[in-house]
Every structure is written in C-alpha cells, then in structure tokens.
Design a protein around this ligand. Sequence first.
Ligand SMILES: Cc1ncc(COP(=O)(O)O)c(C=O)c1O
Length: 486
Amino acid sequence: MIESQTKLIFEQSKPGRRAYSLPENDVESFDLSEQLPEHLTRKEAAELPEVSELQLMRHYTALANKNFGIETGFYPLGSCTMKYNPKINEDVARYDGFTAIHPLQDPATTQGALQLMFELQEDLKQVTGMDEICLQPAAGAQGEWAGLLVFKAYHQSKGEGDQRRKILVPDSAHGTNPASAAVAGYDVVEIKSSEKGTVGVEALKAALGPDTAGLMLTNPNTLGLFEVDIVEIAKIVHEAGGLLYYDGANANAILGKSTPGEMGFDVVHLNLHKSFSTPHGGGGPGSGPIGVKAALSPFLPNPRIEKQGNQYILNTNYPDSIGRVKGYFGNFGVNVRAYAYIRSMGAQGLQKVSEDAVLHANYLKARLADHYDTPFKQHCKHEFVLSGLRQKKQGVRTLDIAKRLLDYGFYAPTVYFPLIVEECIMIEPTDTEAKETLDEFADAMIAIAKEVEEQPELLHEAPTTKAVRRLDEVLAARKPMVVYQK
Ligand SMILES: Cc1ncc(COP(=O)(O)O)c(C=O)c1O
C-alpha cells in the first residue's frame, strides 16, 4: 500500500501546510484571553495536523471506507435491528422548516412541527393499541424507566405505592429491563423461562403477590419467540393487582398483526430507532415513546401535545403527571423520520415489514438448522437463536465463529445473548434484505461450520483479512487511547 495512505493524519503533517486559508484580518484584533479564567487559557498552540485540503479529504474518505455499515453489507445483529432505512426519510428530517425552528419558540409559530408530533402520536396509538402516547423519552431504556414511573404513580394513586415494590422480569429479558426497573427504584425478581423459551406460567404464578408492581415483557421475546400464553399471563398479573409493561423494541415482528393493547399490556415503549426508520446503534439519537391505557393516562409526562380546535397546544394541566422526562419534546428529528416512514409505508406496508422480517428469519433458521444447534424448534418471529455448542466440542467458541464471519465479509450476529442459551448466536436478518443476500450469509455460516470440522485452528486466528485482528476489548473500553501522542 502507498505509504501516504497508511499514515495517520498527524504523521502526514508538514509545518505551514494549509487545507483552507481565511482572508487576512483587516479589522482591529482583541486579545480576550485575559478575560478568561487562567486555567482555561491555552499556554501553547494546539497540536493540529497541518495538511492540504486533498490530504484531509482522503483522510476522511479512508476512515469512511474502513467503516462497516448497513450500506456496505449484511448486518444480522439480533436484538439491535440494523436495517436499511429509506433515504427519503433522512431528506425529510433535514427540511429547513424542521431544522431551523427552536422548541422555545411560541407554539403559534411552530404549528407544523406540533401537528407532525400530534399525528405521529395518533399513528402510534394505532400501532400499539394504546389510548395515549408521549414522545418524550430519548431511548428504549428511558421509555422503560418513564413507563415504570407511571406504574409507580398509578400504584401510589391506589394507596399501594409502598407495598408494590417488585417488578418481575423473565430471564430472557433485554438487559435494560431489569436495569430500568432498578433505576426506577423497584426490586427486580427474575422469572425462569420454560423449556420452550417462553415465560413459565407456573413460575410466574409463584412469584406474583400483593408486593407485585408489574411484569415487564417483550413479545416476541429476545429469543424471537412469541409468548403464546400472553392473554393468560396478562389475566393472572392483573388479577394479582399488577400491571403489564410491553418492551416494544421488537415491534417490527408484529406490525399490523397484533398490538400490545390487544395482548393486555398497560404501558408500552417503542424504539423508533429500531422499527421506524432511524438507524440503531452509534449511540443515538434515539426515540422511545411510551403509550398507556386510559387508566394510566393522568400520569404521563408533561407537557402533552394536544389539538384544540384548529390549534396544536402544549398542555401542562395534568397535576398527577410524573413530570418532564426529557428536554423539550424528545428527539424531534427521529420523530420526523418515523412519521415520514409510517405515512409512506401505510398500514399495508407496515404489515408487509413484519411479514417479511418473520419470513426471512424463518428461512435463515431453516437453512442453518442442520449445521448448528437450534435450541427452540418452533417457528420464530423476526429473529432467532442458534447455539454453538456442537462447535464448542471441536474447541471452537461462538466468538471464533463471529470473528470468522468478518473474513467472509459479513457483520457478526449478536453473540452470548440472551444469557439463557449457551454459546448463543442471535440472528436478525430484517425485512429489507434480498433472498440472495440471505443465501450468501447462510452459505458462509455453513462453510464456517465445515471449517470447524476440518481445520478448527483457522477459526482461532480469525479475522485474518481485516486491518485489525482481535483487540483487547476490555482494555479498549477501560483505557481508550483517543489522543495522538508522538
Ligand atoms: C428488546 C430490547 N429492549 C430494550 C432495548 C433498549 O433500547 P435502547 O438501546 O434504545 O435504550 C433494546 C435495544 O436494542 C432491545 O433490543
């Protein structure tokens, strides 16, 4: 490789070289440094690379080319839904009318933005089967936390706030569920899954009592399995005086087929950044709106976006509200994308999303079933889990398989989650992939299974074709080196 292409931008630096020059200053200059606190003033010039415009351009292009994303290849990350999102929704979110306004403006001057959020709330009511929606939370986990504060306010209003201290969470749950419950001040009780991978109804019954505040569930669950006993589950939780929380991060499996409202849930959050056209990952921004049944509506965060006659207003006149959970109205840009997505797909389009997501997952599962252990035999929804136990007997771990997939040009699936499946490999192909891509991925997984039989040592070396091999991920996270040192 040409040396200049492999050098860091700092190593390419030559004193005096410039990418851009400002015109000579032709007005009087002022030194303001004396007005700044001593500890904030720079004592020596910042060490910035001095390069030409083209060098700078190549630096960023080279970085972009090193990136693997949904636009470069298949990204089957289970539970995290990395699917292609229509670019037109990105354009819409960048319209000046949306980006050049400020949430502190007089609502009379931001009627269009308020109308969009109001109509999105109406659409999400239909998607979830709930009576009220609040768009504020900025992530799935924040939606969970806000939803659990609503639980708490509801129980307090019944005089049972101190008594109902426990939130039940299945052992297959996403890690944010027990974490959110703990942050909301609840004690977390784990419910063991049945052998079929779904909630054990008997274990649930045994855990329910007068101290139960509620149950958190995602359906389909994180194994990609539909909780077929959900109606009975809802009944017994309600009979015990508890509430049901629906983690709607997996909603892309049920759109237009069923709603959490119909299943008996009281509070739900959606991950707009998984299911409704904002890419997941990269740390945000996200949006985790919550929806509630009418009985819990008084406790939703303030302010509410409502319609009065022809005007959209911000209503804070809800004295029992848990208050505000996020600055302004949440991540508005994500709401715009979700609105554009829902309106352009229409009800039938959304239904097709979940049909295709489920079909693709079952297709891949069937193609891989002879080559990897499939702990749950029933049909899956939008994602499924395999186990690398068979491969472990050859001395190859699931992590090795994931690393080898990189050599084949694929992003790796989620591994070692959910925790209840040993050597877990969790695959979510999503609705947006072509059959040819699914086949290429299945062929790679099958080829890797063969390599495990024939030359397992190859897998321990993987990846062999990438710029970096295996990193000490713990060290990288604990002691990141992000500042250039000569
Ligand atoms: C099932 C499930 N619940 C909750 C979350 C948390 O969402 P967030 O990452 O937006 O906090 C996720 C994230 O992917 C998830 O997959």
